[in-house]
Design a binder for this molecule. Sequence first.
Ligand code: F6P
Length: 320
Amino acid sequence: MVRKIGVLTSGGDAPGMNTAIRSVTRVALNNGIEVYGIYDGYRGLLEGRFMKMERSSVSETLNRGGTILGSARLPEFRELDVQEKCVETLKENGIDALVVIGGDGSYRGALALTRLGINCIGLPGTIDNDIPGTDFTIGFDTALNTCVECVDKLRDTSSSHHRCSIVEVMGNHCGDLALYTAISCGAEMVITPETGYDELEVLEKLRYLDQAIHKNHAIVIVSEKTTDIQALAKKISLNTGFSGRATVLGHIQRGGAPSPTDRMLASRMGEKAVDLLTEGIGGQCVGIIDNEISSMSIEDALERPRSSRKHLYRLFDRLV
Ligand code: F6P
């Protein structure tokens, strides 16, 4: 029987993490379970920095970006002695189970703790949408909204000056944020780890858009870590009729009030996490698949390839 659970946020923050903390806290308290917030992810767990959560601890947090608990990356958490120390700290504080909100690194930590006897449930919290076992992660929709708002503005000024805007969006090694932004904004090109990058092809396509289609602007959305967009902008200015301008959206994508879609997702996932722990289940991660909240073992999720986005790349090509 679960009496006390902990909740932490780990890895890069994402809008909606607070909504998830609130959902876990309120659902658990309403089930008669005590809740402890753990500061700064696994680092706070290692250092025993906990806060007893009341109903009011999560008041007015639903619509706030970031995470009220703070987040950190702790590479040492891969080491067994560090994990064992964390289990000891949890046991000393009478905490039987844990909800971990974060990315796949956080999931690995949750799996390790479960194997050491503390049931953990993972919730996918990242703007990157790169977690297996779910169609969407908490924070992705809000980040997408931010990207769309920014690119819409860039389009206005690009059109006035016959420019090509190259916009770098986050995503780590996942192209979803770039792809969804490109479709939502009617971009001319999208470059992601999935499409690959061929500079000559990009320049050729831009010359075609300028000379054959007579477009007065072009938008190219690029996933971070794919190519140096400042260098690309210079080449575009030198080799096409467009003047190239590079914009890195950066950490602005990680902030802001969560969208209603993320609030719903985080609330539903938080509820599921508490239900699983109440049933004595650990080592699972929660996902949304075909709009249904579900869960699967973290082990399976980490081994599973993410579902293909081929149909969306095809759609993008058919819309240009
Ligand atoms: O995982 C979220 C993310 O924002 C990635 O998109 C990005 O590559 C990375 O984190 C940035 O990390 P940091 O905030 O440590 O610079």
